[in-house]
Design a protein around this ligand. Structure first.
Ligand SMILES: [Zn+2]
Length: 287
């Protein structure tokens, strides 16, 4: 996981904050060899936002976060029933109780680690922070932001070099996150960035080429999802075994089900799949 220090018009800015691990404060004190004026958050996932309070204490800087992203941050991390909600969502999509229970247990174990900085300065698309343009690039997270200046995109998890960013459908997320992500990739191509700074892996020297590769990956996976659909209703849990390996552990299966859902809901939008049921049990058929 990388945090970046970028130059603004009147001072340096830290992009993302890492997990709030015991070593974070020492790390920030030793690595930040000068003042930081602002802290920018790309999205609310743990490795980007949980270190926010520590980073704010060490630097004294204000935190800036997307308006929508902070709403989701509060909704997901701000209440203690997150493990129960994620487990219920997992069961709704056909996951056997014993697998959902393991996810519940692991999520409960992580509760004491959850933290985020309250009341950040809100950002939205089109804002400019210290010379950097704020871009909403939804997909990997609904309110994911990128920061763009002089052809350089601080990309968070929107564009990654070695793995395809996860795009999942979760409780409380937008109804068609993959559709939003494909649009964000097209938008990225249109910006013609010459360099992208991802949160994982090395800087991306050909962001346009990488965006095309990821578009192609999702086109292939959508085609496989169409093939997996039948006249007989199937849950996303069952469909995920046709799109992902069979031997995933419960947390990995959770990601596989969320990814399967984002693909099959895209197909619903395209008229190639049908969605049945609501609370309690959801299934899909070929259209
Ligand atoms: Zn992320």
């Amino acid at each position: 996981m990388h945090c970046y220090v970028i130059e603004g018009d009147d001072g340096r800015m830290l992009v993302d904050t890492g997990l709030a691990l015991p070593a974070l404060e020492t790390l920030l004190r030793s690595e930040l060899d000068g003042p930081v004026e602002r802290i920018l958050i790309t999205h609310f996932h743990p490795d980007h936002v949980w270190g926010g309070e520590v980073a704010r204490d060490v630097t004294g800087a204000h935190i800036f976060q997307g308006r929508l992203d902070y709403e989701q941050c509060e909704r997901v991390w701000g209440s203690r029933d997150w493990p129960e909600r994620i487990a219920a969502w997992f069961r709704t999509h056909g996951t056997p109780t014993e697998v959902a229970d393991q996810v519940l247990e692991q999520a409960r174990a992580a509760l004491p680690l959850i933290r985020f900085a309250r009341d950040p300065e809100p950002l939205q698309d089109g804002d400019v922070v210290d010379g950097w343009e704020v871009l909403e690039l939804p997909g990997h997270a609904d309110g994911h932001l990128g920061f763009f200046r002089d052809g350089v995109l601080a990309a968070g998890d929107h564009l990654l070099p070695d793995i395809t960013p996860a795009v999942g459908l979760y409780p409380d997320s937008r109804p068609d996150p993959l559709g939003a992500y494909l649009d964000s990739l097209e938008r990225t191509i249109g910006l013609e960035p010459r360099l992208a700074l991802p949160s994982h892996g090395e800087p991306i020297e050909d962001p346009i080429g990488r965006a095309y590769e990821i578009l192609e990956h999702h086109r292939r996976r959508l085609a496989r999802t169409v093939e997996a659909l039948e006249a007989e209703p199937q849950t996303a849990y069952r469909l995920s075994f046709q799109l992902f390996p069979a031997d995933l552990d419960p947390p990995q299966r959770r990601f596989a089900v969320a990814e399967t859902l984002s693909h099959v809901e895209r197909l619903v939008q395209e008229g190639q799949a049908r969605h049945q049921g609501s609370d309690g049990s959801v299934t899909y058929t070929a259209a």
